[in-house]
Write a protein that binds this ligand. Sequence first.
Ligand code: PTJ
Length: 246
Amino acid sequence: MKIPKSHPRYKSLNTRELIAKGVEKGITSEHGLIAHGRGEAFDYLLGEKTSVAAKKSIGSAAALLLLAEHPVISVNGNAAALDAKGLVQLSILLTAPLEINIFHTSKKRELNIKNHMIKNGAKNVLLPDNKYKIRFLESNRKYVNPNGILKADVVFVPLEDGDRAEALLKNGKKAITIDLNPLSRTAQNSTIAIVDNITRAVPLLINQIKKFKKLNLTKKQLKAIYGHHDNKKRLKESVKLIKKLI
Ligand code: PTJ
């Protein structure tokens, strides 16, 4: 459906349309619609703007991604539907593979997501391999690619909730996540959680990485930026913002 530009909730309804189209195309799971609604509710409570706390987290995330030896971008059905082009751009900028990792098991959907990413310009898309898994995880998300998440030191996870961020950390990796819910298990257990909408956070992250690259920052300087990150403190700032707005 075409949303009239004059509608007061144009942006939000358009984003909803992307998710609905994702389901139609066999990219997003039906459960992804529910997950999206959960995100919308938190976005509303956050004033549908990128907060100061989120901007700080984006800076820390950009520094950590540039410091990573083997960064990997994890892609699920919602992320692919909402910003495939942005994730591809990030992958090219960081020379990092995109790895399909979904909760609701479906080999067909994994392939559909892979093809969707390729259509959007992706050069390096990995699929999970049932012969390889990370420890401390029971769901389908445990299966990984040996050239991707298995050997990654930093995994970027735009949008999901559950037990994977915690498991990634227990496997010795760092996890950067985007999650509109500052209370979610994912946000609470990430190395860096960006409490913002993926549709706003990914373009900002791309710009921040480009800026750092242009400045030619040294490892020491990047470490100093990332070293200032205190995830619990940033999450508290987001909770405080919600309380202030309601
Ligand atoms: O493609 P699959 O099978 O891997 O399915 C993925 C979903 C997302 C359905 C599922 O794995 C999942 O984790 O759903 P949850 O448990 O509802 O978690 C979704 C989280 O993402 C919630 O904490 C939401 O607040 C958050 N969220 C939803 N939409 C956005 C978002 N965060 C940022 N930007 C959004 N647009």
